[in-house]
Design a protein around this ligand. Structure first.
Ligand code: SF4
Length: 292
C-alpha cells in the first residue's frame, strides 16, 4: 500500500474519475464504488501509485470510475493482470474487481492460484448471483432452484460459496460484506487493502434488474455482524460462516500472516545472487550466449 506524501488531504470525491457509472439505477455496485472511494481516502492512497484491474461484466466497469491507473481486461482475467502488475511493480497498490460469473466461472482457476500463491493484492468480488451484463443467466453463485433467464425450471446446480473456496485454497484474508451497508463495507475494504498478502472480499451486491429489487430489504432482514470473539486465525471457525442460508454474516472470516508471492520471489532472488554484486544485463546474456 502506498500512502500519499502530499500535504493535501484527499477526500473520497477526489478519487472519482469524472466518468458517470452506467449501472442501472439502484444497482448494488454503487454502494461498493462509494465504499472504495471512502476506503482510499481513509488510507490516503496515491492515485498515481494505484492500479485497479478487472475482467468483464457490469462490475468490471469499475476501474473506469476511479481516479487511478486502471485496466478493464478480458473475461475472467483480472487476477492475471493483477499478478503481472504486482510482480513487476511490488510498491504499487493493486486492486482487482469483478463479478461472480467473471471471477468464479471462467476466472475461477485464477482465483484458486492467486490464493495459493498469496499474491499481495486485494480482490473484491461483487457478487450479485447472476450474469447481469448478458441479461440474467445463471451464474456460479446462483442458489440451486432459482429461476433465471437460462434456468426457467430452476437452477439444477449447487452453488459455489466464494469465501469457502478462498479459505480452502490459501487466501490469507477473507471477508464478506454487503453493498447496502456502505459504512461497514468501507471498513472491510480498508482492512483488506492493508493486509499483506491475498485479501479476498466477497461483497453481496444485488442486481435490481435481474434478481428483483426487493433483495435489499430481504438481505437487510438477515444481516448480522460476525461476533467480536470470532477466532479469525483458524479455518474451522471461519468456514462455519460460509454456506449460510437464513442469515448473512459480514466481517472478517479469516486472517493470517504468511509471506506473499513477492516476498518469496525476493528471497529466491537474494539466494541466487548471494553476496556478490547484481550482474549487468550483458553479463547475464553472456552466460547464455558466450559470443554476445
Ligand atoms: Fe447492476 Fe444488474 Fe444492472 Fe448489471 S444488470 S448494472 S448488475 S442492476
Amino acid at each position: 500500500m502506498t500512502m500519499t506524501t502530499m500535504d493535501v488531504k484527499l477526500k473520497p470525491g477526489d478519487y472519482k474519475s469524472g466518468l458517470a457509472p452506467v449501472w442501472c439505477p439502484g444497482c448494488g455496485d454503487f454502494g461498493i464504488l462509494n465504499a472504495l472511494y471512502r476506503a482510499m481516502a481513509e488510507l490516503q492512497i496515491e492515485p498515481w501509485n494505484t492500479v485497479i484491474v478487472s475482467g468483464i461484466g457490469c462490475s468490471s466497469r469499475l476501474p473506469g470510475y476511479v481516479h487511478s491507473y486502471g485496466f478493464n481486461g478480458v473475461h475472467g482475467r483480472g487476477l492475471t493482470l493483477a499478478t503481472g502488475v504486482k510482480v513487476a511493480r511490488p510498491e504499487l497498490t493493486v486492486i482487482a474487481v469483478g463479478g461472480d460469473g467473471d471471477g468464479l466461472a471462467i476466472g475461477g482457476n485464477h482465483l484458486i492460484h492467486s490464493a495459493r500463491r498469496n499474491l499481495d493484492v486485494t480482490y473484491i468480488l461483487m457478487d450479485n448471483e447472476i450474469y447481469g451484463l448478458t441479461k440474467g443467466q445463471v451464474a456460479p453463485t446462483t442458489p440451486r432452484g432459482d429461476k433465471t433467464k437460462s434456468t426457467f425450471w430452476g437452477n439444477p446446480e449447487p452453488s459455489v460459496d466464494p469465501c469457502e473456496l478462498a479459505i480452502s485454497t490459501g487466501a490469507t484474508w477473507v471477508g464478506r460484506g454487503y453493498s447496502g451497508d456502505v459504512k461497514f463495507t468501507t471498513k472491510l475494504i480498508t482492512q483488506a487493502i492493508q493486509h499483506h498478502g491475498f485479501s479476498f472480499l466477497n461483497i453481496i451486491s444485488p442486481c435490481v434488474t435481474w434478481r428483483g429489487d426487493d433483495q435489499f430489504k430481504a438481505l437487510k432482514e438477515i444481516l448480522q455482524y460476525i461476533p467480536e470473539d470470532h477466532d479469525a486465525s483458524r479455518r474451522a471457525p471461519a468456514v462455519q460462516y460460509t454456506r449460510e442460508k437464513d442469515v448473512l454474516t459480514t466481517g472478517i472470516l479469516y486472517e493470517v500472516e504468511q509471506p506473499s508471492l513477492v516476498d518469496r520471489l525476493d528471497q529466491i532472488k537474494a539466494d541466487a545472487q548471494g553476496d556478490g554484486p547484481e550482474p549487468s544485463t550483458r553479463e547475464i546474456l553472456e552466460t547464455f550466449f558466450p559470443k554476445f
